[in-house]
Design a protein around this ligand. Structure first.
Ligand code: MG
Ligand code: MG
Length: 260
């Protein structure tokens, strides 16, 4: 990871513009997320939308990653490749995307249910999203990185779910990944102090089963060892006093989902 970088308010405003394009891209992709659609089509839609609106997909060619989206289905945790696989009733699919706009980076992910999913998997999605919300509540000046991790771990483990350890959130803004690391586990009051000028990608990755993951030979895909489903939600967040400024939004996704 790169050196730790504080952002000025002017830079945070630029990151916010990147986040807006990213959030709208997610909304565009959401229109096509349904049974029978290939995940490669979703990738094409995201790429075209970003380029048409003056941005650049930030994951594409990052350390050789070959796509605009990370598409992770069922037991895949993160970094799955879009493919000719067509989404099926009962699947869950995490769509993770990043944008560069005017030189500033953003990062956000959302896990969708496809058709009718098992009740325990619905709970996994709800709890993982709640983990993100609880983590964001702790992402304020004066708290520490461990407060964020504790919030995620505590909520997920109370529900009986496994918290992924090998992958973490991160600083974001002038690169895809910056310092500091933002683990989804930790002790309250531990780790570096949160300050204004920090912009973090907070991203709980929670498994229905055990925490352990495995790394595929493709060099990217990560899946659960026990083959249990995994959920992932992510926002780019600016640390502020009292309340974090959430720079990405699920509004565009949820507007689409509410119409379906
Ligand atoms: Mg991401
Ligand atoms: Mg990220």
């Amino acid at each position: 990871m790169s050196k730790f970088i504080f952002k000025t308010n002017q830079e945070i405003e630029l990151i916010k513009q990147s986040c807006l394009l990213l959030s709208k891209t997610h909304g565009e992709v959401a229109k096509f997320v349904k049974e029978g659609v290939s995940t490669l089509l979703l990738d094409k839609i995201a790429k075209e939308y970003i380029l048409d609106n003056g941005g650049v997909p930030s994951f594409l060619d990052f350390n050789g990653f070959p796509y605009t989206l990370c598409v992770s289905i069922n037991d895949q945790v993160v970094h799955g490749f879009p493919s000719s696989y067509q989404l099926r009733d009962g699947d869950i699919v995490s769509i993770d995307c990043g944008v560069v706009y005017n030189g500033y980076f953003s990062d956000s992910a959302y896990t969708y249910p496809i058709g009718e999913i098992k009740p325990e998997i619905k709970i996994l999605l709800d709890v993982t999203k709640q983990c993100l919300e609880l983590a964001i509540e702790k992402a304020v000046v004066g708290n520490r990185i461990g407060d964020i991790g504790f919030a995620v771990q505590n909520h997920a483990e109370k529900a009986g779910f496994g918290v992924v350890r090998e992958l973490v959130g991160h600083g974001v803004g002038t690169k895809v990944h910056e310092k500091p690391e933002v683990p989804n586990y930790g002790k309250r009051g531990s780790g570096i102090r949160l300050e204004e000028g920090m912009v973090l990608a907070i991203e709980p990755m929670i498994n229905l089963g055990k925490p352990a993951v495995m790394f595929w030979d493709d060099g990217w895909t990560v899946s659960t060892r026990d083959k249990s489903p995994s959920a992932h939600y992510e926002h780019t967040v600016s640390i502020r006093k009292g309340k974090a400024d959430v720079l990405t939004s699920f509004m565009h996704i949820e507007e689409v989902l509410n119409k379906k």
